[in-house]
Every structure is written in C-alpha cells, then in structure tokens.
Design a protein around this ligand. Structure first.
Ligand code: GCB
Length: 602
C-alpha cells in the first residue's frame, strides 16, 4: 500500500470485477504472518538429466522411490536457475527430455505434529512439465513453465512417527509439443548418412533460448487448517476517496470470523471491514500512479524486458529496475511469458506499468491452432489472471505474441482466448501483439488495443533508415483507419554489437541502432498525441537465443548488454523518456515518482 495519510490501491480508473475464475483455488504469494511460516528451499539440489535413449529410464527404474544418488551419479544444481548454462557439458545445455531434481528437508517439529497446521509445497515455476513426489509419493503434476503451482502435503508429513527428513523429487520435461505453450516440434533426422540413429532436434518458433528447470523459488509454507485461500481486490475512486472492494475465499471450515484491515505502507490501518466480501473506503486517498506518467495522455515509453537466463536473481532484478528508473521508462510487456512474482511486486513498488503476457509465443504453424491448444491456452490465462489480478501495475493482458493471425483458424482461436480472458477479468483491456498486415489480421477485431511489432530498415530495406518515417506512418494510418483503436508500437529495434562503431551508420553498429531509433521516434512523435499510446523498443538487454546465422551469441537488440552495460542508444532513450516525462508530467505524480519510499506494495 502507498504511503500517505490515507492511501489505497487504485489502478488506472474504476475497476469492476465480475471475475469468475475457472480454476479452483487461489495462488496467493506466500508471506510470513503470525499464522503462516515459510521455509525456502532455494540453494543446492541434487540433479540428473536422463540421457537414456527414450529419456524414460528414471520412470522405468523409479528414481523417485529412493534418494537420487542411489540410482546413479548426481550433480549439484542451484535453485532457482536454468540448468542449461550451469555445467561445462554441452549435452546438458541442449538437453531435451526429463531432468530430475531432489532435495531433502528437515521440517520443524510443529509442522509435523500440530494437526491444526497445513503444510504446502509451492513451486514458483518448472519449465515445462513437472511431476513432484514427496517421500516417493506422487503428489503433484503441472503443465506449463512460468507459473506457480502447489500442493497441500500435510497428509504426507503428518503421519505416524516423525519423518525427520522430507525428500522432494521433481522430474521436469522441457519438451515442447504442438499443444504446449509455447509450442514446439520434435524432428527426427533419419538420413543415416548425416545423423546417427535416433537423432532428433527440438524446433521452436520463438526467439529466445528455451531455458528450463526450476527457475524460480521452491518453498514450503504453513497455514492454519482454516485459511484464506484467495483474495480478489478491485478498486475505484469516488471523489477523493478510494474504494477497495474485496472478496475473500476461506477454506477448511465454515466456522470463522473474518476481520479485514487495510494497511498503508507504514502499517497504519486506514480502513476496516468484516466478512468475506465488502468495500473499504479510504478518504483522502493517494492513488497508485505510474512512474513519470501524466494523467492525460497516459503514454507508455519503455523497452521490452527480457530477463537474462531465466533463473530468478535478486541482484539482477534490482539492477534492472534501477536501470528502468534511470532511463525514465514507465512500462514494459512481459515478453513473452509471465515473469516471476517478485518482478510484478517490484513493478507495483516502482510504478512500472505492465502489459502482462502469457507464454503464447511461437504460434506460427496452422497445426498449433487446435482445440487442445485452445483449451490449454485458456487454462494458462486463468493461471496468469489468478496470479496477477491484484497487481495495480498490471494494466492489460496480452494473450499472445506474433501468432500467425492471418489464418482463419487463428482468428477463431484468438477470439476465444480473448473472450475467455475478458470473462476472467472484465476490468482490464486485452490484447495480443501482431506482426501481421492490417488487412489480413484475423485477431485484431477482438482486441482493445492494437499492439504492433515492426522492424523497418532491419528485417527488410536493410540500411535504408530514410524509409522508416514513411513506412511507420503508413502502418499507423492503415491500422487506425481500419480499427479506430489505440495503438502501441510494441516492438522496434536493431541488432547492435556493443563496441561496433561506424559513421555514417552501418547495420550492427551502435550508431545504426541510435539512428534507427531516432527515425522511429520522429514517426512516433507525429502520432503520439493522437492515437498512438505507447512505444516499447525491442529490447531492454541482449538475451540468449538458439544458435543461428542471424544471431551472434543471442539477440543483440538490447540497449544494454547482457551484463547490463549501456550501448549508445541507452543515452538517447534516456533523453527521450525524460523529455516526454517533463512535457507531460502530471504535477501530483512528480513527488510520488521520485522516491522508492512511496512504494505501493505490501
Ligand atoms: C520479434 C519477436 C521477438 C524477437 C524480435 C527480433 O518480432 O516478437 O521475440 O526477439 O522480433 O529481434 O527479431
């Protein structure tokens, strides 16, 4: 909650919640409290990749039944991290199939003896399919990386004599199929003059390395047996009062009394309520407001943020947010999958607006638009909305990045996913990010905001920076004429190798990146007070991709290197963003935007 005499969450306008989530149960972020304890399981886990031909030896030999070291050699694997970059073994970097993680934990005695305590195992994310055993008992399965899942394991730990040690085994499969999100295909290469028997590769249709493993925290936490399972908060404003509508789901018993207290950032109670639903009123409210954002027009200026590797890392996270503030950026899209919950919390604290994107990336082939995928995609949106619905920073859901939206089947598919997402959260706009032609796109009729990726003078008309303004103007005018909807330029940029210089500019140099961005900015400035409501450059920092002749150690369109050092374009953007902020800054937002202490999150 924000600091101030009386403060409450309020997003960018009145929010009405008609949410009826399809998923059973909530997914609250675990927090310690007088009635809840947490035990982080981050650190070193035992690890083995199953290199057997069919990748199924672990199941055939039931590795989960005994300590992992008993069935063969293990290596140390840090959690959270992607397993790919940890060892010197190239086979592990490119591994496709099942990997096995194991960790033993000693539980506090109270957790195992006090039957009024629930013990929950929570996995922040496991990419991409996971099976979890506790003391050898099959406990939990989950499909899809990037989102949390959990199981009540009280029955397993509160049995008979004290189990002094709890053994958690997690098998994770990173294989992508036509029905996973993102989708992928396994291709067997059968020409024995070129490939050994059984040789296969995994094809992906997106531009980042398919990092995998336990990339976010694993933890155990407790609740009482009667417990709050979910909270849904929506907000609105009435004159100078903030209205906070809450809905609380309690599980475990009907015999409870619920007292609700709304705290500000200094833990002062600013409103009280009782019961599972109600409205709290905060007079003289000080609203959540994006960093450096004017009231009118609300303009988003930023970079797409692609997190390095995928192992959650606090120093990197704080560094990235310091860089965002240094730049004067006020928004990003979680391209191309939901980021860790801690990232979302930082966005709330730092006033960074989020377009929250699900892993609907790489929907490039007609066969990916099938009913099984559609059903899974909807389920993933349920998980995203369930996890992130209470973040004031989230202003829009994005259901996909660059699907083949010119296909009829994609039109129907996107229509269904967007409608489903709107039914989950009627309060926020929904979009997908398109790189199709305005006349051919079959999904655009269903979005609230048109998000466009285009790479003028990069992927075509190479080197011809002089064409950018014309082509950009044509793009905007065509789309706006057809749909009359707000438009965000959701990607633009140029591959740039830090330290490459050439004047006049040539592709891949820092000068070319700068000049390309400058040309785009001239084009954007023509429309930015009209219907273009945001510009997000691709990309915040360089990131790893699969190997290809068009990628030099990954994608180099960052304005920062992977080590977070600025390229020349970073200074250009910094100047632009602060200039826009100073042109448009809403007087009341100034003080709030400057200091961290005004954090909005508790
Ligand atoms: C795109 C994609 C993004 C790529 C980028 C590029 O349109 O959305 O994932 O990394 O282009 O650099 O090619």
């Amino acid at each position: 909650m924000a600091r101030g005499s009386a403060v409450a969450w309020a997003a960018l306008g009145p929010l009405l919640w008609g949410c009826a989530l399809g998923l059973q149960g909530g997914m609250l972020y675990p927090q310690e409290s007088p009635s809840r304890e947490c035990k982080e399981l981050d650190g070193l886990w035992s690890f083995r990749a199953d290199f057997s031909d069919n990748r199924r030896r672990g199941f055939e030999e039931q590795w989960y039944r005994r300590p992992l070291w008993e069935s063969g050699p293990t290596v140390d694997m840090p959690v959270p991290s992607s397993f790919n970059d940890i060892s010197q073994d190239w086979r592990l970097r490119h591994f496709v199939g099942w990997v096995w993680y194991e960790r033993e934990v000693i539980l506090p005695e109270r957790w195992t003896q006090d039957l009024r305590t629930r013990v929950v195992l929570r996995i922040g994310s496991a990419h991409s399919y996971a099976i979890v055993w506790v003391n050898g008992v099959d406990t939990l399965e989950h499909e899809g990386g990037y989102l949390p899942f959990e199981a009540d394991i009280s029955n397993l730990v509160q049995v008979g004599p004290l189990p002094s040690r709890l053994r958690i085994t997690i098998a994770i499969n990173n294989t992508l199929t036509p029905t996973t999100l993102p989708p992928g295909t396994i291709q067997y290469l059968t020409d024995t003059s070129k490939y050994p028997k059984g040789y296969f590769v995994q094809n992906t249709y997106f531009d980042f390395f398919n990092y995998a493993g336990l990339q976010r925290s694993v933890l155990l936490y407790t609740t009482p047996t009667t417990y709050i399972d979910d909270i849904t908060v929506t907000t609105s404003v009435e004159q100078d009062s903030g209205l906070v509508n809450y809905q609380i789901s309690v599980k475990g018993s009907n015999l409870f009394k619920l007292e609700v207290r709304l705290l500000d950032a200094e833990n002062k109670v600013v409103a009280n309520g009782t019961g599972t639903q109600g409205q709290l009123k905060v007079p003289g409210v000080s609203l959540w407001w994006p960093y450096l954002m004017h009231e009118r027009p609300a303009y988003l200026y930023s970079l797409e943020v692609m997190i390095r590797g995928k192992g959650f890392d606090w120093p990197l996270l704080v560094k990235d947010f310091n860089l965002l503030r240094w730049l004067g950026a006020n928004a990003f899209r979680t391209s191309h999958y939901p980021y860790a919950e801690e990232v979302m919390q930082m966005c709330d604290r730092y006033g960074i607006v989020v377009i929250d994107e699900c892993p609907g990336v790489g929907l490039a082939l007609p066969q990916f638009f099938n009913n099984v995928s559609l059903h899974h995609h909807m389920q993933v949106m349920e998980e995203v909305v369930r996890r992130d619905k209470n973040h004031p920073a989230v202003v829009m859901w994005s259901v996909a990045n660059e699907p083949a939206s010119h296909l009829e089947s994609a039109g129907y598919y996107l229509k269904m996913v967007i409608a489903h997402t709107k039914s989950l959260d009627p309060s926020r706009p929904v979009t997908f990010v398109s790189n199709s032609n305005y006349a051919a796109d079959k999904g655009a009729p269903y979005v609230d905001v048109i998000c466009l990726n285009s790479y003028y003078s990069w992927y075509h008309d190479y080197g011809h920076l002089e064409l950018i303004q014309l082509q950009l103007a044509t793009q905007f005018e065509n789309w706006y004429k057809k749909y009359q909807k707000p438009i965000i330029q959701s990607e633009y940029g140029a591959e740039t190798i830090a330290g490459f210089h050439q004047d006049p500019p040539l592709m891949f140099t820092e000068e070319y990146q700068k000049s390309l961005l400058e040309q785009y900015h001239l084009g954007l400035d023509q429309k930015r007070r009209k219907y273009v409501v945001g510009e997000l450059i691709w990309n915040f920092a360089d990131f790893m991709t699969e190997q290809s002749p068009t990628r030099v150690l990954g994608n180099k369109k960052g304005i920062f290197t992977r080590q977070r050092q600025p390229k020349s374009a970073a200074f250009l953007l910094r100047e632009r963003y602060w200039k826009i902020a100073n042109e448009t800054r809403y007087p009341h937002s100034v003080a709030k935007s400057q200091c961290l202490e005004n954090s909005l999150f508790t």
